[in-house]
Design a protein around this ligand. Sequence first.
Ligand code: GDD
Ligand code: MN
Length: 409
Amino acid sequence: MSIIEPNSLLSVPTGLLRVSQSLGSRTIMFSLVIPTYKERDNIEKVVKTLSNLLDESIPGDYELIVVDDDSPDGTWEVAQSLMPEYPQLRVMRRQDERGLSSAVIRGWQVASGRILGVIDGDLQHPPHVLLQMLDAVGQRADLAVASRHVDGGGVSSWSFIRRFLSRGAQLLGLIILPGVLGRVSDPMSGYFLVRRTAIADVTLNPIGYKILLEVVGRGSVGEIAEVGYVFCERTEGESKVTWKQYVEYIHHLIRLRLSTGQLGKLSQHIGGFPIGRFLRFGLVGLSGLFVDMVVLYLLHDPTTLSLPLTRSKIISGEIAIINNFFWNDSWTFADVTMQQQEWRQRLKRFLKFNLICLAGLVLNVLVLNLVFHYIIRNSYIANLIAIASVTIWNFWINLKLSWRVTQVK
Ligand code: GDD
Ligand code: MN
C-alpha cells in the first residue's frame, strides 16, 4: 500500500463510468458522494452536519466524498482545508471532466462502501433522511430514494411554473420510459442510496442531471424504498439548472429507451445499424408523408381536382421529396453536411437524393398499384404501405450515396 500524504486530494479515475464489484482491503458500510460546483459558502456546513449525524449512527463506518469540478470559487480548496477536522472526509478535484452525473459516478468509483449514496452540496436535501434510507438499504432494498412525492415529502415554496415543469418532465419520462420512471414516485431525485452490487460492473452513460434514471435503467435494482422529504430552499449560492438541463434530460430519456430493454437488445442485434439516424430519417419521412397525403388529397380526391391517381402521386411525391431533402440535409445528416457546406456540394446532394427518391417513387407507384389492385382497395392505405417500404430503401441508398458516412479502414 502506498503512503498517502495527509490532506491529499483523491486522484480522478479515467475511462468508463463503471463501479467495480470488488472492493479493496478497506471496506466500510457507507460512502456518500457530495457533488459540488461553486458551493464555497455551503460546503463547511454540509460536511459538519453530515459528519455529526453519521458519527452518531455509524461511527468510523462511513466516508464523505466531495467531488468538485474545479469550482472557480475554490470549493475544493475549502473542502480540503476541512480534512484535518473531519477524518472521514475525502476530496476530489476534477479538472478534465464536467457535469453532475459523471461527478457522482467518479466519486463512487473511488468509494469503499458497500452502500453508495449521493446528496446535494447545498443543504437542499435534509440530512436526517439519510438514516431512514440507510435502514431501508440495510434491510432489503437495493435502492432507497428520497422522494418529494410520498408521505412526508414536498417542496417548500416552488412557483407554479417550476412545479409544472417538474411534473411535465416526469410525465414525458413516463411516456418514453415507463419501465424506469414508473418504478419511483420522484425520478428527478438526486438524493438516494444504492447497494453497490446493484450497479457494479455495469457501464453507466449518463448525461445531464438525472443520474437516478441511469441507476434504475441500467442497474439490476430489485426492491426500491422511498422516503419522503421536503426539498428546502437554498440559502447560499445558486442553482446550476438552466434550459440546457431540460434538453439533456430528453436526450437522456431517448438514449436510455434505445439502449435498454427490448429495444436495446434489438439494437445490439443489428450491431452497427445507425438507429438514431434512421429514427431522424423516419421522422423526416413522416413529415413528408403528411405533405404527400395532403397534396394527394388536393389533387386526386373527387371533391377536389380528381386527377388520376398515378399523376397525382407523382406530383405529391416530388413535393414531399423537396421537403424531406431540406430536413435531412439540415438535421438527419447535419454532422456530415457540416463538412460539406458549399452550395455546389449541397446541390449535388439534392440531385442525388432526388434521383434516388425518384427511383424510389417508381418503386412507390409500383407498390401502390400492386397493393391497391391486389390487396386492399383503399388508395390511402395502399399509399401508406408503399411509402413505408420505400422509406427503408431510401434510407439505405442515401446513407451510402448522398450523405456518405462509410468509414474507410
Ligand atoms: N461536480 C459537479 N459538477 N457538481 C455539480 C454540477 C457539476 O457540473 N452541477 C451541479 N452540481 C452540484 C451542485 O453544487 C449541488 O451540490 C448539486 O449538484 C445540485 O445542483 P443544483 O444546481 O443545486 O440543483 P437543483 O437544486 O436545481 O436541483 C436538483 O433537482 C432535484 C430536484 O428537482 C437536483 O440536482 C437534485 O439533486 C434534486 O433532487
Ligand atoms: Mn440545489
